[in-house]
Design a protein around this ligand. Sequence first.
Ligand code: NAD
Length: 264
Amino acid sequence: TSQLMAGKRGLIMGLANDKSIAWGIAKSLSDAGAELAFSYQGDALKKRVDPLAASVGSSLVLPCDVGDEASIDALFESLKAEWGTMDFIVHAIGFSDKNELRGRYVDTSRQNFLTSMDISVYSFTAVVKRAAEMMTDGGSALTLTYYGAEKVMPHYNVMGVAKAALEASVRYMAEDLGKDGIRVNAISAGTIKTLAASGIGDFRLIMKWNEYNAPLRRTVTQEEVGKSALYLLSDLGSAVTGEVLHVDAGYHVVGMKAVDAPDV
Ligand code: NAD
């Protein structure tokens, strides 16, 4: 395999298990020669993350709850002590109360609105700020978003509003950090069955709908998101910043599928 990421070090945030999008990204970066650190949320996940990290040659596995500033500071203090500098960061984190990922957006509570924005939007800004201080030779930051930011998707509700804000934050940080040679991008991934996705109402139906209606007539895999992440995080994407790259089998371009299709 190519060694596009040889000599590059970076942090992967949001690994929960081997179905996580973070895992597809971690494997593709590791295959390309990157040295990885992982952060996980809460002790319960450590026993899952440790063996996955070990399988890609990483023993730098650190706790971080992104809802807590002190926890974020502690993570970056450890990274700074261990590495000094870094080249990339992947933020594959989102959260909303699953009781509000069904039914109507208009019923969102103030508390869950604030929590969803805090964990799913502000956390990316908070970690990019700290990572950028360690990217002395330029760098690349990546987050994960979804089409529900752009168009109304059933049950996505407050997460759609949060992802719209996340995508805007990508553009603002691209401008802020561009002069330091740091790029900031998002991948808008098609639906993938993960822990977080299983909290969304009618998720299986939404997966099927995508499969029938996307130009490629299928959904996407963690590995495919990983390959596109490699492009954005490596030198292949050196002139790309502030971008939201759709890795969704083309679903986002469809207004209405042609009716002569046999599988309407
Ligand atoms: P996942 O459940 O595997 O990952 C979500 C991660 O967020 C978990 O590792 C969880 O520990 C972490 N997290 C939640 N709250 C946290 C906190 N307070 N502190 C630290 N970590 C916290 O699910 P996934 O689908 O791989 O999700 C990764 C990202 O991809 C999310 O931003 C999600 O919105 C996005 N995404 C997913 C899909 C999909 O269909 N699965 C599609 C597009 C975008």
